[in-house]
Design a protein around this ligand. Sequence first.
Ligand code: PMP
Length: 345
Amino acid sequence: MTKLARKTVQALTPYQSARRLGGCGDIWLNANESPFANDYSISCNRLNRYSSCQPEALLQAYADYAGVKKEQVLTSRGADEGIELLIRTFCEPNKDSILYCPPTYGMYGISAETFDIGNKIVPLTADWQLDLNAIEANLDTVKVVFVCSPNNPTGNLIDRTDIERLLAMTANRAIVVMDEAYIDFCPEASTVDLLADYPNLVILRTLSKAFALAGLRCGFTLASPEIIELLLKVIAPYPVPIPVADIALQALSPGGLARTKFQVLDLSANRAYLQAGLGMLEGVKVYDGYGNYLLVEFQDADRLFQALWESGIILRRSPVPNCIRISVGNRDECEKTLAFIREQL
Ligand code: PMP
């Protein structure tokens, strides 16, 4: 059967989560999840009917939250489905490419590969900003450029002037996708206000991070009504199940939004605690982070990562040399992680 699959698919490996790799921890700070398990009630008495393809109330609630019009919002199975849809909508297989700038989120490249779309890779500069000259030199065949801010895994924000230059440079040639999965931790850095000026701008959002709903699988794409119409031609019907839409609406209600704001403040304090504590240790470098995670450089990251793993503290080994990405957990998780690392060094 394997031989029947497309050649590209045969060469891929399935996504490996830390849980699948056999991690058995008490403290999970590996996937930038929220430590807050909020309660929701769902009514499951209408499930004989399909959900709405794009639940109007949910689109309106997210539009109000983001400051755009309902016609500028598409909801999907997490931001990951948004990535896939954008690639499938704008790139011709075996002809066009996407462009992205590592170190960054891995799904752009993986999604493109699964559809036989080329990957143009233009690394970020030494201070993790866009290398606009190199991007410009690599734009032929590129239909979609992915930029992540706050960037995962480095945690920094991408310079707004550079984003505007990139949008101008790619006008009428390519779509620029700003992945704002972590923007609720620093809402002032959003590029949502640029949607009015740049028709080639698309923004990805999610309820998986600050809204503490990673298990819900609900994300949003913000763009011009014209782009949203295109995406609606490609998305499979009924992407958001009825219970998912119900819960998402509760999270976006005034009470839900207030709770998220409070939890964001709480996590920001924990991030500051971790950053200060780790920063005091010799041979440790902590990079400034604007999301719910910190990238930290150690002298022997491999050994430390393994020791933490074996003691049940599951973090994320980063592709950045000697770096480990630590998600910000609750205060107890941060204290235990910091204490263990202090002991190990
Ligand atoms: N973009 C970035 C930068 C992410 O880190 C993640 C989740 N790890 C996603 C998108 C995907 O989010 P979702 O859970 O909504 O699919």
